[in-house]
Design a binder for this molecule. Structure first.
Ligand SMILES: C[S@@+](CC[C@H](N)C(=O)[O-])C[C@H]1O[C@@H](n2cnc3c(N)ncnc32)[C@H](O)[C@@H]1O
Length: 245
């Protein structure tokens, strides 16, 4: 995990304010989550709690956020202290959590793309499966492993850029650069192809693995017009997976 989130926790939180995050990312992720009312939910790689809080506010009965970064969890806990919604947080590595398998739903926005090789991906998927009850669901957002970097449109209008450090093979670094008001923020994750994800999920005990394309919310379409979002939607830099244990 080469991106040190402790050092960039505040900037990452600011980068979540870009319009595509709510109009596409959150809209699609929450559509896939469905109604979490009464469910026990674990938000893995929860960062500063962006989706953790939302899952609780949507009615999940118990929500635990887990992240490797103490800096991210410190921000999440500070927000919970300032405006409590009833979420617990834990600093931990999703590959070796050892939580009891008591959750109905695991959500992870941008966890699997931190695996540098198939071995790490397998460990992450096993870690996710371990938290879930039999029949529990896993819903995740990820850098799109099918992105064609040779035919990429500019994503500058959305406030970010995404680049691959060479030909796509296992572990090729993928760098996201987000525009902030006072500079840029770079985070690095890693390429593993779709079949590697499917194999790791199946080996961890998941079935019904489905890839889902990002969807634009009606509010996003009304705010900017369909044409504005076309480059994003026709070359989606993010993708979603849902599956069941
Ligand atoms: C791009 S951020 C996403 C945060 C949050 N899910 C969101 O959407 O705002 C990725 C997060 O993954 C965390 N992370 C990376 N590898 C992890 C691991 N093995 N276990 C737990 N967290 C991890 C990082 O610390 C970072 O906070």
């Amino acid at each position: 995990m080469s991106t040190d989130y402790d050092a960039i926790a505040g900037d990452y939180k600011r980068a979540k304010q870009q319009p595509w995050r709510s109009f596409i990312e959150a809209f699609t992720l929450m559509e896939l989550v469905g109604d979490p009312t009464g469910a026990a939910v674990v938000d893995l790689a929860c960062g500063e709690g962006h989706y953790t809080r939302r899952l609780r506010l949507l009615g999940a009965s118990k929500v635990l956020g887990v992240d490797l970064s103490e800096g991210m969890i410190a921000l999440a806990r500070a927000e919970e202290a300032a405006r409590p919604v009833g979420v617990d947080y834990l600093v931990g590595d999703c590959r070796e959590l050892g939580l009891p398998g008591e959750f109905d739903l695991a959500v992870a926005a941008y966890l699997l793309n931190y695996a540098r090789d198939r071995c790490e991906l397998a460990a992450m998927c096993r870690g996710v499966a371990h938290c879930l009850k039999p029949g529990g669901r896993f819903v995740t957002a990820n850098t799109n492993p099918g992105l064609d970097f040779d035919r990429l449109p500019s994503f500058a209008a959305y406030g970010f850029d995404v680049e691959a450090a060479g030909a796509l093979r296992e572990g090729t670094p993928i760098t996201w650069t987000f525009d902030l008001e006072d500079g840029t923020l770079r985070v690095e994750n890693y390429h593993l192809d779709a079949s590697a994800h499917e194999e790791a999920l199946h080996d961890a005990g998941f079935r019904d693995v489905r890839w889902r394309l990002p969807r634009l919310s009606p509010l996003g379409e009304a705010a900017k017009g369909r044409a504005y979002w076309e480059p994003f939607l026709s070359h989606p830099p993010v993708i979603f997976i849902e599956c069941r244990k």
